[in-house]
Design a protein around this ligand. Structure first.
Ligand SMILES: Cc1cc2nc3c(=O)[nH]c(=O)nc-3n(C[C@H](O)[C@H](O)[C@H](O)COP(=O)(O)OP(=O)(O)OC[C@H]3O[C@@H](n4cnc5c(N)ncnc54)[C@H](O)[C@@H]3O)c2cc1C
Length: 322
């Protein structure tokens, strides 16, 4: 086993927007960190696995990462290219240099040393690397792995099948008959005014009330959909998103799951078996023994930005206290 020697006090697992935001906040506070990303680029979900015409579905001020606002010249709803450009500028500005092609496989806490031992597979050389930081930040995403269900008869289907992460645009399907299976679309999110107002209201009012208002407004806009066989869920969209983590995305289908938290030994407090935080908001980001998670609160980029700032300041406080 090759032990990777690093002065880094913190290991961040995952180079998506949440990991990048955490890295920037740590950089700003002059805290050394190492960021491990299994793919060969940052934010692979956006650079490699999104279709051409995808746009952020929330207005840009809800999607910016800490310390660097999205420029006024960018569209209100960023296109994929704009978002990737923004992330690119973000990485340059905060000099974020992830160690790519590092798949984190295990993490365990050593009570005596007061440190984590993290093993990562170097996907280039095949070697196993070991890291021993004091703090561990899990930023592995809520939706980074495609979920492809077993569909009876699919193997004998003679046409082409692909998961939405492989879809770029419709050009090659021109003139073909295409069946799209699955939609993670939430009706409330399609109404710009409603979602905008709701997100602001969420800062001041309980989620239950905002949900009620959103459902009422959405009823006014769409009317009764049950005549088309579409039954509304009993709970409101924000409650559903929190409870089941369903994302309001179009055509992307349901992506799922992250690092298997059962491999984090030394944590029975922060992450559940499905990799999501056990403590409720707003206490979801901090575990015990220097373990944190960023971007797993089902609150999108806005939530990830808040997590990153909280984590960096908490680590700073602990390092100063030592
Ligand atoms: C189509 C689409 C549109 C969206 N639009 C919005 C929007 O408008 N506003 C909003 O707030 N949110 C939006 N989201 C939701 C969310 O903000 C994004 O998914 C965002 O990319 C989440 O960032 P993340 O860093 O938490 O996770 P990811 O982007 O999923 O990054 C996680 C990273 O961790 C890496 N990783 C995982 N496991 C390991 C491991 N074991 N070792 C090393 N690396 C690992 C992955 O390779 C990945 O790079 C959207 C999502 C999708 C899919």
């Amino acid at each position: 086993m090759a032990e990777y020697q690093t002065e880094a006090a913190v290991i961040i697992v995952g180079g998506g927007p949440s990991g990048l935001a955490t890295a920037a906040c740590l950089h700003e506070l002059s805290i050394p960190y190492t960021l491990l990303e299994r793919q060969d680029c940052f934010a692979p979900l956006w650079q490699k696995y999104s279709y051409d015409r995808v746009h952020l579905h929330l207005p840009k001020h809800f999607c910016q990462l800490p310390l660097m606002p999205i420029p006024p010249s960018y569209s209100k709803y960023l296109s994929r290219n704009e978002f990737v450009q923004y992330l690119n500028d973000y990485v340059s500005r905060f000099r974020i240099r992830p160690r790519y092609r590092r798949l984190v496989e295990t993490a365990s806490y050593d009570e005596v040393a007061g440190k984590w031992t993290i093993t990562a597979r170097n996907l280039g050389s095949g070697e196993e690397e070991e890291y021993t930081p004091r703090f561990l930040v899990v930023a592995t995403g809520e939706t980074c792995d495609p979920k492809i269900p077993e569909v009876e008869g699919l193997h004998s289907f003679t046409g082409e099948t692909l998961h939405s992460t492989e879809y770029r645009n419709g050009e090659k399907f021109a003139g073909e008959r295409v069946l799209v299976v699955g939609s993670g679309n939430s009706d409330a999110y399609n109404v710009e005014g409603i979602v905008h107002a709701a997100l602001i209201l969420l800062k001041y009012l309980p989620l239950k009330w905002v949900d009620w208002m959103v459902v009422m407004l959405s009823r006014c806009v769409y009317g009764d959909l049950s005549k088309f066989g579409i039954q509304r869920p009993k709970e409101g969209p924000f409650a559903l998103k929190l409870k089941y983590g369903k994302y309001p995305v179009i055509d992307v289908g349901t992506l799922n799951n992250l690092i298997n938290s059962r491999q984090i030994q030394g944590d029975d407090y922060l992450l559940s078996d499905d990799g999501l935080p056990k403590p409720n908001f707003p206490n979801h980001w901090k575990g015990k023994n220097g373990l944190y998670c960023a971007g797993l609160s089902r609150r999108g980029l806005y939530g990830a930005a808040a997590d990153a700032q909280n984590i960096a300041h908490d680590i700073k406080a602990q390092l100063s206290f030592k």
